[in-house]
Every structure is written in structure tokens, then in C-alpha cells.
Design a protein around this ligand. Structure first.
Ligand SMILES: [Zn+2]
Length: 261
């Protein structure tokens, strides 16, 4: 005979689950086909996600085609040393990853954030032990009010929750309404975000002397995270590491996709 308490429990959990399932059946994070678990990809989309793996540049986290040995740096890291210590990203910004980022950004698919954050934790496994606080790249308040949602903050919140680190969503402010970085070259992107970020005086205590894990959705040229890093350092932050869900990897980046970054 089955334990009636178990049956009641199973019945109760079904009751509590079904309205949500009925209203929001889980759909693939890539193509929106129905899937069994929320925040997952279907069998067709999963192989299209390009996870970034070692061997990679110790500073930039960009993959090498073959192992160059420990501590080998990419030409980019040597020619243009970034203000942050290390950058890591979970996936290459193409195909399905792009659809996921767009889904989180414009369609309020907050359900994707914890799932994306799990992949970020995997990519950032070396960065997390050193981090004292997790800080997102902020939106300007005007953009935040019109969109009511900062995708970087959602990812940072999930990364902080999953890793047990302190989450500081308002440590940095965007004080300049910047143009969208879409279609801008490297130099224009740098000019666009110069002086755009600052740590407000009342937030300095939360970053001063602390190692920061800076979170964004996509790493394109690094102009934005570099500008935020400079603002954090000015406020006395220790080391700054950068963790993003996706990264534009030359070669995977199709010119036709430029308009969506
Ligand atoms: Zn799919």
C-alpha cells in the first residue's frame, strides 16, 4: 500500500505546479519549442551553443585553437592590456546564444537568467573564489525606467545567489545617456562610454578595498566593462574581473549580426 501522505504531497505539488505550467509552459531558450524543463534548450538547439573552453588566453578568456601552455596570452591582451584583471565568458555570441541574450534583454525572459548564470559560474570558476562582491553593468536610470529591466543585473543577481557572494546592484551608476554601441567601431565605443560610469560617494564603502566581479550579458570590444572597471578602481576597488554570458569571438561573428549587439 502506498503511503497516503506521499500521495497527498504529490497531489499538492501537482496542484501548485499546474497553473504555472499551464500559463507558462517551458519553452526552449533558443527556438521557443516546448521543452520539459524551464530554462533549457531543446535537442536541436543545444548542439548549436558554442561553449568557450580551455585552452584560452589567461587574461581575455578567448579560446586558442591549440594548447599554448599555462599563462600564454593572446596578442590582443599583450597589445592592449585591459584595466580589468581577467575576463571570462560562457559561450560564443552567435546563433542560439544570441537568441538567448535577446530574449533576456527584450522579452523579459527572466526565467533564463539563473540558467545562463549556471554556465557563467562554470566559465568563471577561477574568478569566483577571488570575488568579494558581484556588480552588474548598470543601465542609465532613464533607460531602466523605460525598459524596467536590466539584463546584466538579473544575471549578476543569479551569479551572486548561486555562488553565495554579496550582490551590489547599485555600486556603479551610469551617469551619461550613451548611444547604443550598435554599429560603432572600437574607438567610437570607447569615446561613447568615456566618463559614463561612476561610483556614487555613498557606494564607495561597498567596493573600496574589495575585489569585484563585474557582470554583463555580452562582451563585444570590452569598451563598456573597461569604463566601468576604471570607475570602480577610482573608487578604491581591488582587483576587477569580468564575467559575461556571451562573448563576440572574431570568426563566429557574422557581419549581418552587427545590428543586434
Ligand atoms: Zn530549441
Amino acid at each position: 500500500m502506498t503511503d497516503p501522505r506521499q500521495e497527498i504531497k504529490a497531489f499538492a505539488s501537482t496542484i501548485f505546479e499546474w497553473p504555472g505550467r499551464l500559463l507558462f509552459p517551458p519553452v526552449c531558450a533558443g527556438c521557443r519549442r516546448q521543452v520539459s524543463q524551464p530554462g533549457t534548450l531543446c535537442g536541436a538547439c543545444w548542439p548549436k551553443l558554442k561553449l568557450l573552453e580551455r585552452p584560452w588566453c589567461e587574461v581575455m578568456g578567448t579560446p586558442f585553437s591549440h594548447d599554448m601552455g599555462d599563462g600564454f596570452l593572446s596578442a590582443d591582451a599583450i597589445a592592449n592590456p585591459p584595466p580589468f584583471r581577467r575576463a571570462r565568458a560562457a559561450v560564443s555570441y552567435s546563433g542560439v546564444a544570441r537568441q538567448m541574450v535577446q530574449g533576456l534583454k527584450y522579452s523579459d525572459r527572466t526565467d533564463l537568467a539563473p540558467w545562463m548564470a549556471r554556465w557563467m559560474l562554470r566559465a568563471g570558476s577561477e574568478l569566483l573564489p577571488d570575488a568579494d562582491v558581484v556588480v552588474p553593468v548598470p543601465l542609465h536610470w532613464r533607460r531602466f525606467f523605460s525598459r524596467r529591466f536590466n539584463q546584466s543585473a538579473e544575471l549578476a543577481r543569479a551569479v551572486a545567489a548561486l555562488s553565495g557572494k554579496a550582490f551590489e546592484p547599485s555600486a556603479v551608476q551610469r551617469v551619461k545617456v550613451t548611444r547604443q554601441q550598435v554599429g560603432l567601431g572600437q574607438r567610437e565605443r570607447e569615446d561613447n562610454v568615456r566618463g559614463a560610469f561612476r561610483v556614487p560617494a555613498e557606494a564607495e564603502i561597498r567596493v573600496s578595498g574589495r575585489n569585484v566581479l563585474l557582470v554583463d550579458d555580452v562582451y563585444t570590444t570590452g569598451a563598456t566593462v573597461s569604463a566601468v572597471t576604471k570607475a570602480l578602481k577610482k573608487a578604491g576597488a581591488g582587483q576587477v574581473d569580468v564575467l559575461t554570458f556571451a562573448r563576440v569571438i572574431p570568426g563566429d561573428f557574422q557581419p549581418g549580426e552587427a545590428a543586434t549587439i
